[in-house]
Ligand binder design. Structure first.
Ligand code: ADP
Ligand code: MG
Length: 740
């Protein structure tokens, strides 16, 4: 237990797939959570990656016959194929749960889910048989109840950890985490990883957050009480599986002792919005009195020591202790009595494991000890003796110790069994406490971050006023984060955001995605007002990162992810496309970006709300060609030679990219800056400044206008018929003309 992280589940996942379906089961034997699902999918790896990123399993088991063609970056255990055999698995589950049918668990007919779950049972029987007792039920989950977040979106949005260092700090989870109990922290992680789709369910959470949000003092009092609560979930699991130690029961006892005060504080909120959560918290009076009456105040750490059971709990135990007490007292008093009787001041009574109790005297006095002393051992300065009487009492004491240990262990086991029969109540209580903790955590984050309560609807509306990036705004020390609106008006599908590097495009895109995600987990959001149409999936493609480690070129990854988006997005999705096409040459990239926007806009099944950030300002022409496209740019204030990025998103397209300005900020040497400004000017002149693109008509984009006389001459020149010196002359002539 000490090796497990408190704020994170520890999952074993079992997986198999065929051509059309993927079966996934997962279990956490420290909490008893056991779930399975079957997903229709022809691309098992994308489903797997997404679930793996959500669950972060410690180990995955797969049938050894399954050919894994991609690296999942998790410890994989190949398990003999017959453990996954479908009929066997169904029988295994039925007999484990002692049921005639799997109907009640919602996995009937989901063959692959059953296979995955059945193999889990076998694997635990092989490796952790005691844990099987913990699995009292299995539940089916459907990835369709939750917002679908693919693996790269989870990573890009830094939901539970950062991209660069894989740390929680800097993630959305970290910003929302004010939970104080380990159970609360684990649940928070689960909620943040699985945004909801059902508006009513979201409102149930949100309304509770509202109540907790409004009463700050009471919330502080609530947190103070929650801090005293131990990990009731894992403690109960240890009791059920027979791994509990005496101090685990003390931890359960002290938690149960906190419940009346916890419920009193919650009742002070006087809110029916909290009822559904609070009703799960049972006072567990019987369990508490059992623990109070049976377990000592401060029992030893292990079952090998005595002193676990409180006196008065078992007459049998008390009798043995009392009977041995006389013998103990006799030994305790022996030293004083013998000192007096023999007059030997150095005499003492001791105990060691080899000889048991003995009387020790200094060697100088060894001739004056009484006759009945039997010499047992000679040391450098001392001699040790026993007497027959001492040995008799010793036997009484040691036998009693053994008896006491044996009785205490038996009683402890009985107490654990009794508690196990209440495990459902204890676990439900734990769940209720965890939920209250998470909701209060949302309320705390909302209060500290001045968040607002978002309104949700079943439309395509997305209206965020004065939105902020929850993480970036916290990291900008002393600098004010500039809030931005994100408003998709009727018929507006795609927002193209142009603007220089470092002006805040990527931040804005992620901020919109995070606000939507926060709204759907039941949290308040960093904005002054928000109205959000339920989003079934968030897709992100954040351009050109180094993904060489995955064995694919950056551009290949970019295109795979773009393909994934175009194949799966619906009109309820939110697309975050940041600089797609950046990973290839300018014209390739521009053409791909152009075509992608057209496709999203025109394909009847997509038309998803899309935020598209780009440094290709040519793309702003699309707004004239496609009615659902609007241009925005990031405001820049320019005075003299000084450029300041205002981080404010305003309507209209940008016409410059200020790349050279960024280079200057970054400290490129002055001559390089001057030279690049010069080259840029030349390029702009020679290209006739604007590159125009016709919709749907891919064409070769040219830097030089086609009617250039030099080009014409070059085209007409027959290289085979001229001498080297003539060629040089021609070159000289053209160069002269060109610079003129
Ligand atoms: P871009 O994608 O346009 O290159 P980023 O979104 O990466 O720019 O932002 C660059 C930096 O600007 C961020 O790291 C952040 O420090 C700052 N920034 C971005 N948006 C804002 C904002 N709204 N208010 C204040 N600072 C911001
Ligand atoms: Mg960017």
């Amino acid at each position: 237990p000490n090796l497990l992280k408190n704020d994170q589940n520890n999952y074993l996942v079992s997986v198999l797939f065929d051509e059309t379906k993927t079966g996934i089961a997962y279990v956490d034997i420290s909490t008893g959570e056991f779930k399975a699902t079957e997903i229709q999918s022809r691309e098992p790896y994308s489903e797997l990656r997404s679930e793996i990123l959500r669950l972060k399993p410690a180990e995955i088991i797969v049938p050894e016959t399954l050919k894994l063609t991609e690296d999942l970056s998790v410890h994989i255990t190949k398990y003999a194929g017959w453990h996954f055999e479908s009929i066997r698995c169904e029988e295994k589950l039925k007999s484990h749960f002692n049921v005639a049918t799997l109907d009640g668990f919602g996995i009937k007919g989901q063959t692959l889910a059953i296979q995955a779950a059945g193999a889990v049972i076998d694997y635990l029987a092989d490796t952790q048989p005691a844990a099987l007792k913990l699995l009292s039920h299995i539940s089916n989950y459907s990835t369709s109840e939750f917002m679908n977040l693919d693996a790269s979106t989870r990573r890009n949005l830094e939901i539970t950890e950062t991209i660069r260092r894989n740390e929680t700090k800097g993630s959305l989870l970290h910003v929302l985490d004010y939970a104080v109990t380990p159970i609360g922290k684990r649940l928070l992680r689960q909620w943040v990883s699985q945004p909801l789709l059902n508006i009513d369910e979201i409102y149930v959470r949100q309304n509770a957050v509202q109540v907790l949000f409004e009463k700050g003092l009471l919330r502080a009092e609530l947190f103070n009480q929650l801090k005293k609560i131990n990990d009731l979930e894992r403690l109960t699991s240890r009791v059920i599986s027979g791994h509990a130690l005496p101090r685990d029961l003390v931890a359960i006892r002290s938690t149960l002792e906190c419940l009346p005060e916890l419920l009193r504080i919650i009742s002070e909120f006087n809110a029916k919005e909290l009822e559904g959560f609070v009703n799960k918290i049972h006072l567990c009076k019987n369990e508490l009195s059992l623990l109070t009456n049976s377990i000592a105040d401060e029992p030893p750490a292990t079952l090998q020591n005595t002193g676990i059971i409180r006196s008065g709990y078992s007459a049998e135990l008390d009798q043995v202790i009392e009977a041995s007490q006389h013998a103990r007292d006799w030994i305790n008093n022996l030293e004083t009595i013998e000192k007096e009787r023999t007059g030997l001041k150095t005499l003492k009574v001791g105990y060691n494991k080899v000889f048991g109790y003995y009387i020790e005297g200094s060697r100088a006095n060894s001739s004056s000890v009484p006759n009945e002393y039997i010499r047992k051992q000679t040391l450098v300065n001392a001699e040790r003796f026993i007497t027959p009487e001492l040995k008799e009492y010793e036997t009484l004491v040691l036998n009693a110790e053994d008896r006491i240990r044996e009785i205490e262990q038996r009683l402890f086991k009985q107490i654990c069994e009794q508690l196990s029969s209440s495990s459902k109540r204890l676990l439900e209580t734990s769940k209720g406490i965890a939920e209250i903790d998470v909701l209060a955590s949302f309320a705390e984050a909302a209060a500290l971050g001045s968040y607002c309560k978002p309104e949700l609807s079943d439309t395509q509306i997305l209206r965020i006023e004065n939105g902020r990036h929850p993480v970036v705004e916290k990291t900008l020390q002393g600098i004010r984060f500039v809030p931005n609106d994100s408003i998709f008006e009727d018929g507006e599908i795609i927002r193209i955001i142009t603007g220089p590097n470092m002006s805040g495009k990527s931040t804005f895109l992620r901020q919109v995605a995070l606000i939507v995600l926060m709204a759907q987990i039941g949290s308040f959001v960093p904005a002054s007002k928000a109205k959000i149409g339920i989003t079934d999936r968030i897709f992100t493609r954040i351009g050109a990162q180094d993904e060489i480690h995955a064995g694919q070129s950056t551009f290949m990854v970019e295109m795979i992810e773009t393909a994934n988006i175009l194949n799966h997005a619906t009109s309820k999705s939110l697309l975050i496309l940041d600089e797609i096409g950046r990973g290839t040459s300018t014209y390739d990239g521009l053409s791909i970006a152009w075509a992608v926007i057209e496709h999203i806009h025109n394909h009847p099944n997509i038309r998803a709300r899309t935020l598209f950030a780009t440094h290709y300002h040519e793309l702003t022409q699309l707004s004239e060609l496609l009615p659902g496209v609007r241009n925005y740019n990031v405001a820049v204030s320019e005075s003299d030679n000084n450029v300041v990025f205002l981080h404010k998103i305003i309507p209209g397209g940008a016409d410059r990219s200020y790349g050279i300005h960024v280079g200057q900020l970054a400290g490129l040497p002055k001559p390089v800056i001057q030279r690049s400004a010069e080259i840029l000017r030349q390029l702009e002149i020679s290209s006739g400044k604007a590159i125009t693109i016709q919709p749907d008509m891919p064409q070769q984009l040219m830097l030089f206008p086609e009617n250039n006389p030099i080009l014409t001459a070059l085209n007409e020149l027959d290289i085979n018929s001229i001498s080297p010196i003539e060629a040089l002359n021609k070159l000289y002539e053209w160069k002269k003309k060109f610079t003129e």
